[in-house]
Design a protein. Structure first.
Length: 134
């Protein structure tokens, strides 16, 4: 994760030194955050499956949002202490919910979702990992 923050800092320096436009830098920063966040939601989805779903008869355990946030902190624990890992790189909490049909797979499952750059959950810029129970 430190590499991601280093890339973002480099982009900010480029903007000042190379007179790169603000829109281009903003785009590159968001792109970098999206790639890092996709990696995080994929990792969380796998952790949830191995640590919780398999032990709960292949169902997502019921947890409050606070309990999920604590799980995220533990699952992505880091010595860096750069940010609260219960939240994505835009400062919005990750969400977990069951879904009736996982795209291109049989049956129900769950998703781990980041609200993405606009910080609004449930639209096209969300970063999502889906996992089926089967």
């Amino acid at each position: 994760m430190i590499k991601i923050f280093g890339m973002i800092a480099l982009l900010a320096v480029m903007q000042r030194g190379l007179k790169v436009g603000e829109k281009q830098i903003s785009y590159l920063i968001n792109f970098t955050k999206i790639v890092a966040t996709q990696s995080e939601v994929n990792g969380l989805s796998k952790s949830i499956y191995v640590e919780l779903v398999m032990l709960n008869r292949y169902r997502l355990p019921q947890k409050s949002q606070d309990a999920w946030e604590e799980y995220f902190r533990e699952a992505m624990r880091s010595d860096d202490k750069i940010r609260d890992t219960a939240f994505d790189l835009w400062g919005t909490t990750f969400r977990v919910r069951e879904v009736k049909q996982v795209t291109a797979r049989k049956g129900a499952g769950y998703e781990v979702r980041s609200a993405g750059p606009d910080q609004k959950i449930g639209n096209e810029d969300d970063v999502v990992a889906l996992n089926s129970y089967q």
